[in-house]
Design a protein around this ligand. Structure first.
Ligand code: AHR
Length: 334
């Protein structure tokens, strides 16, 4: 198993793809773009269009910062950045605009999994390589992107489910699930992973499951409706910290104690979530590392230089209980 030069990542697959395999040529061949395509000694920059999902969560804010801090002029990039406000049509529009501008590379984190083939075919026809970050697309044609950098979401859901099963599932418990954005890869995969890890434990019953769209406000709203509908909730499994924090507010407003009367398990590990965990208001967090900028920069440079890149790069994630959160918080970057 090969590794790329970044401490947070491990290469999960050796299915390497070269730019030639994509049918693309190096950016050096494009009109108006001369010299060292990899942004080397003559000062040429790699133009990269990044279509971000939105600003729905603390995780997303940290992810955007990592990308903007890394894809700088000093590091050889001319970054064009757009925020799709969690709408697929906005992302497609942004990608089309990057194609029209003739950027060297397009990168994006797809808001939902399906419905990307047409626009990715357009990028391929324009010989512009596409790098997926954070979230996957559902396609039968994996020549439509050169590399996918991000966490294993099924594994994240599994780790959350295993912790619940081992630590709380020793007696009957009722679970409510706050799902992420409907149709998004992390929603589908985290749900699946949690179900896989808990299905063998007959003490665990998921009594309700609805989307909170990965936001704190919607997480709070949905938790309020869960609390009205059920007086026997033992645990919230939230697909991200922000929805867990919204649930925490709803639980307190209902006169119950989060972390005790109703336990909370989440995914992400952003500072607000880790603080809640360190204070005993959350019970467990599986990390999802948002710092994808360095890997994206590395892969983009290689792709533009015509080098072979890894098709799948899995980001390494940790998991935290209360003591772990207390220890990690002082050095937490996000
Ligand atoms: O795709 C990653 C997920 O998206 C994060 O877990 C969540 O916080 C974000 O909105």
């Amino acid at each position: 198993m090969a590794r790329i030069n970044h401490r947070h990542t491990a290469v999960a697959a050796l299915a390497a793809v070269s730019l030639l395999a994509l049918g693309a040529c190096s950016s050096g061949a494009k009109a108006g773009d001369t010299g060292d395509a990899a942004g080397g000694s003559d000062g040429d920059l790699i133009s990269i269009g990044f279509a971000q999902v939105g600003a729905e969560s603390g995780w997303r804010t940290a992810n955007t910062k990592s990308i903007k801090d890394t894809l700088t002029k000093e590091n050889g990039f001319d970054l064009k950045f757009s925020d799709a406000q969690q709408k697929q049509e906005n992302q497609i529009q942004a990608i089309r605009s990057y194609i029209a501008q003739g950027v060297d590379v397009i990168a994006f984190s797809p808001v939902v999994e399906s419905g990307w083939d047409a626009v990715l075919q357009e990028a391929k026809a324009a010989n512009i390589p596409v790098i997926l970050t954070d979230r996957a697309v559902d396609t039968d044609d994996d020549s439509l992107y050169v590399s996918f950098i991000g966490s294993d979401f099924v594994e994240e859901g599994k780790r959350a489910g295993e912790w619940v099963s081992e630590n709380l599932g020793t007696e009957p418990i009722n679970v409510v699930e706050l799902q992420g954005t409907t149709g998004a890869a992390p929603t589908i995969d985290r749900k699946k992973g949690f179900e896989e890890a808990t299905k063998g434990n007959s003490n665990i019953t998921v009594i309700d499951s609805q989307t909170g769209n990965f936001t704190r406000a919607e997480g709070k709203q949905v938790m309020e409706s869960f609390l009205q509908a059920h007086d026997d909730i033992d645990l919230v499994f939230a697909h991200n910290d922000d929805m867990g924090l919204g649930a925490l507010e709803a639980i307190e407003a209902a006169g119950k104690v989060p972390g005790k009367d109703i336990k909370i398990v989440t995914i992400d590990g952003v500072k607000d979530g880790m603080t809640a965990l360190s204070e005993g208001k959350f019970n467990y967090i599986v990390e999802c590392n948002p710092l994808l900028g360095p890997d994206l920069a590395d892969i983009a440079k290689k792709v533009v230089a015509g080098e072979t890149v890894e098709k799948r790069i899995v980001t390494k994630d940790e998991a935290f209980d209360q003591e772990g959160a207390k220890a990690a918080l002082p050095d937490r970057q996000y």
